[in-house]
Ligand binder design. Sequence first.
Ligand code: GDP
Length: 443
Amino acid sequence: MAFESLSGRLQNVFSKLRGKGKVSEEDVNEAMREVRLALLEADVNFKVVKDFVSKVKEKSIGKEVMNSFTPGMVIIDIVNKELTELMGGSQAKLAKSNKPPTVIMMAGLQGAGKTTTSAKLAKLLQKGNHRPLLVAADIYRPAAIKQLQVLGEQIKAPVFSLGDQTSPVEIARQAVQHAKDNGLDYVIIDTAGRLHIDEELMEELKQIHSVVSPDEVLLVVDAMTGQDAVNVADSFNKQLALTGVVLTKLDGDSRGGAALSVKAVTGCPIKFAALGEKIDALEPFHPERMASRILGMGDMLSLIEKAQSNIDTEKAKEMERKMRNAEFTFDDFLEQMDQVKKLGPIDQILEMLPGMNKAKGMKDLKVDDKQMGRVEAIVHSMTKNEKQQPEIINHNRRKRIATGSGTSVAEVNRLIKQFDEMRKMMKQFSGMMGGGGKGAKNA
Ligand code: GDP
């Protein structure tokens, strides 16, 4: 889970402050010492940590905090704002050329995730009703062209390739022309990577740059490499004038050092974050939402956006009606689970809910896709009648369901109990909304 350890440590520091009615200068100093350690342990650049802590300290020792009734909360708010600032303040959006196509050049070291990210970006653009062209300009890595073609096929995006005998500069030039001729409005050039930065690589990138004059030069870096990623970004930026950074493998980065240092060290904003190998695991990077996630304050906005682009609204409305009238059955439950799964891995979704990673027992609760599979198996082992009228499921039926689903009676009991409670809650909610409920009309 991204930022797991940093998030946990910071939340510990703040939970101590939160309970206090008054905060002394010594309390603030103590908290800042811990914040400093937490950030260093998260592999955040040393100088960045120093600046960050001194800024937060300066603001926290001010009058406003000392006089507040909830000083702990005021300090968390200060940290939240500074973390947001550290990552760039507000979202850095992808450029859009007035004269299409918008040309995006992807750069990065081998293995950072450049090819995968190119395809993910194409998919994201398609969702926004754009028509991207993927360009296979990595002619050195043996399988790179094929990999891009396979990915392109998967998302139904055209892939421009001239094989591996034409120079990348020429490929890029012809690709832009091809996009113009075919009404494609974005060109994503997957350039060659190397194991290390070398002159030859930079020279080639510079040549492509001068021929296609890209609107964006995005550097793809592997977040799991921490400060190395930041150093790579710094070196590239000095030679190539990057317009943005894409952080990949954030799903495996429990520390978060790269995400927190890239902008401060290089001046280059993070534009996208990749959180998985799947083709739709790429998100625009929102500093304020990321800060809020790190502090365990949740990220409802991203969750809502994900839901809007993945969930079938007609079905959702029908579900809402059923919930309101307390007609919710196990069949509906299964369908809900399907919808939730479309949002992505369950632990990432939970992470976006406020307080979720601080909630009692949440840390030990391993809600993973495998466990959802067990729940599904239980429901699938119910008869049609049982799904529609859960109240008929007596002890014998529970035993049968447990055997049928390869689970235990205890698990079946737990699920049915949870389901009952859920229905009760829905009834209460519908009562509160006046039965006919106006619900999420203006959402
Ligand atoms: P390239 O050499 O930079 O073009 O790298 P690739 O696109 O071939 O990616 C290298 C490996 O990293 C592949 O196995 C990808 O599936 C994997 N990868 C890329 N992005 C992510 C990500 O965000 N999360 C995870 N877990 N793996 C990723």
